[in-house]
Design a protein around this ligand. Structure first.
Ligand code: AP5
Length: 217
């Protein structure tokens, strides 16, 4: 499986990418997670990315395309991949096409998950992530058993710096201006599957499997 998840911040891309990864054994390539790791390690890329992420702005296309090209060459991506958070601009989409062409590969489908802005804000304000294993929680819809502690690994849960209301609004503006045009781009290529992202995590998962023709698996 070689799929791509498009959608505004908080649409549930990361949540669904993890479920697809578990079900299909494909690797999850989350550019947001890669950049946050680089920022935590204070690498040169991380230092640059951290400042942009804190403002809700995008990291330059050239850096992102190189980073994804290297990641997709990893052995763990041979069985397939789920791209979560890339591409985010037309230049990145064209960069991805060139990367896949050079690998003799292509995309099977592109999911576009849509959720209204008021729901997004509630989701992101309540999101908590595990510092150790990256598991995702929501204070209301998917709370951990113990406050502040990851159910899976016991790691510490934290709130992302860019999940403050003002930064969420900036990220939504960036999405509409730079990423939303990709919906049409992939529709014209016949790859797009539009998913209503409002509902439970399980309902959205079922909608995606239905769209893939994988119901009952
Ligand atoms: P990134 O980490 O990719 O953030 P994002 O795209 O803004 O998406 P989010 O991770 O916020 O949301 P999501 O859709 O994954 O939702 P989630 O599943 O977590 O990027 C961060 C930054 O990095 C960017 O702003 C940019 O600066 C930089 N960057 C990254 N990629 C880049 C690129 N390609 N180019 C340039 N810059 C780049 O769910 C959210 C919450 O909702 C969770 O709490 C979850 O538990 C809950 N939830 C999920 N589904 C449901 C449901 N169905 N019902 C109820 N709650 C739900």
């Amino acid at each position: 499986m070689r799929v791509l998840l498009l959608g505004p911040p908080g649409a549930g891309k990361g949540t669904q990418a993890k479920l697809l990864k578990e079900q299909f054994g494909a690797c999850q390539v989350s550019t947001g997670d890669i950049l946050r790791r680089a920022a935590a390690e204070r690498s040169p890329l991380g230092e640059k990315a951290a400042a942009l992420m804190a403002k809700g702005e995008l990291v330059p296309d050239g850096l992102m395309i190189d980073l994804v090209a290297e990641r997709l060459r990893g052995d763990d991506c041979l069985a397939g991949f789920i791209l979560d958070g890339f591409p985010r601009t037309l230049d990145q989409a064209e960069g991805l096409e060139a990367i896949l062409e050079a690998m003799g590969s292509g995309l099977d489908c592109v999911f576009s998950i849509w959720v209204p802005h008021n729901v997004i804000i509630l989701r992101l304000e309540g999101r908590r992530s595990c510092k150790t294993c990256g598991a995702l929680y929501h204070l209301v819809s998917q709370p951990p058993r113990r406050i502040g502690v990851c159910d899976r690994c016991g790691g510490e849960l934290y709130q992302r710096e860019d999940d403050r209301v003002e930064t969420i609004r900036a990220r939504l503006r960036v999405y509409e201006a730079q990423t939303a045009p990709l919906v049409d781009y992939y529709r014209k290529k016949g790859l797009l599957k539009e998913i209503d992202g409002v509902g439970s995590v399980e309902e959205i998962r079922c909608r995606m499997l239905l769209a893939l023709g994988e119901v009952g698996t």
